[in-house]
Design a protein around this ligand. Structure first.
Ligand code: A3D
Length: 314
């Protein structure tokens, strides 16, 4: 396995952060710096992960720390710090608390890594990307939210289970904000190139679309405490790998739009080309009137969150 000394900092050593650190190290694509506000937590998890290295056949270093100076010159900074949803709590309830956390951690991280690409995971996702953009002052190409990769993967897995086919043959497309108003697009979703509407009745497609929209809440309700982290960590790994290896994968990411899809000045999930410089291109597709209306409704709910943040007392 090739040794690669790229550096990825993961802020937040909780469920998503620690699993992301594990996935990145085990993929052998970067050394990982795990940082948290809780003393001992990132150090303990990093030590445990490093001790798994010989068994997982990688020799990436994994360092746990509470000091941002250790994260100096990271290629990528993944932001997972924040509170996770509890049962009955919406992503939006988290808004103001997590905005404060994201503001503080991004400020510290970019001081030491001014050239990094930021991958934001903390919820409510699209609003937290706005916070990271404002605090970092980075161009939109380097401030990217993870949500569409996860939402698409959820839709893919539900389609595969329903049709009894390999999940790897299913491709799915989900646009919009990461919330109950996300916009799964069945006509752009395929099984080995066959459009989904050719294989499934419209009512069944609608049920899977609805399950995708509430996929995060379904897991929160089952876990009773905390939220999903395996699929979210896998989603971050896909993005980090596409950036570090300049793969130019087409992945739906939350990015600041400047007129694309008729939306200006708002972060929303759209298909992007992810490469060494971050978001290298936004791919625009023509939407039907109904799809466009659903995207605008989703954008409206993100705009509401951004306004709530801006109007909140400092
Ligand atoms: P959890 O296991 O609670 O971990 C969060 C970690 O953040 C904890 O270890 C905290 O100590 C740490 N933390 C809190 N404040 C700070 C701070 N100021 N500086 C550094 N670390 C801090 O949660 P989790 O890992 O399950 O989820 C983390 C976040 O990701 C939450 O906001 C989730 O809602 C979000 N999330 C988003 C998605 C998306 O698809 C967008 C998926 C899954 C989770």
């Amino acid at each position: 396995m090739p040794i690669c000394r790229r550096k990825v900092t993961v802020i937040g050593a909780g469920n998503v952060g620690a699993t992301t650190a594990q996935r990145i190290a085990e993929a052998g694509i970067a050394d990982v710096y795990l940082i948290d506000v809780v003393e001992g937590l990132p150090q303990g998890k990093a030590l445990d992960l490093a001790e798994a290295g010989p068994l997982a056949h990688h020799d990436q270093s994994i360092v746990g720390t509470n000091d941002y100076a250790d994260t100096t010159e990271s290629d990528i900074v993944v932001v997972t710090a924040g509170l996770a949803r509890q049962p009955g709590m919406s992503r939006d309830d988290l808004l103001l608390k997590n905005a404060g956390i994201v503001r503080s951690v991004v400020q510290q991280a970019v001081h030491y890594s001014p050239g990094a690409i930021l991958v934001v995971v903390t919820n409510p996702l699209d609003a937290m990307v706005h916070v990271a953009l404002e605090v970092s002052g980075f161009p939109r190409e380097r401030v990217i939210g993870m949500a569409g990769v996860l939402d698409s993967s959820r839709f893919r897995s539900f389609i595969a289970q329903d049709l009894g086919v390999s999940a790897t043959d299913v491709s799915a497309f989900v646009l919009g904000g990461h919330g109950d108003t996300m916009v799964p697009l069945p006509r752009f979703s395929t099984v080995a190139g066959i459009p989904l509407p050719e294989l499934m009745k419209p009512e069944r497609i609608e049920e899977l679309v609805q399950r995708t929209r509430t996929g995060g809440a379904e897991i929160v309700a089952l876990l009773k405490s905390g939220s999903a982290f395996y699929a979210p960590a896998s989603s971050v790994l896909h993005m980090v790998d596409s950036i570090l290896s300049d793969r130019k994968r087409v992945l739906t990411c939350a990015v600041l739009l400047r007129g694309e899809y008729g939306i200006d000045g708002l972060v929303i999930g759209v298909p992007t080309v992810l490469g060494a410089s971050g978001v290298e291109r936004i791919i625009e597709v023509a939407l039907t009137a109904e799809e466009k209306a659903a995207l605008m409704a989703s954008a409206g709910s993100v705009r509401g969150l951004v306004e709530t943040m801006h109007n909140a007392p400092a």
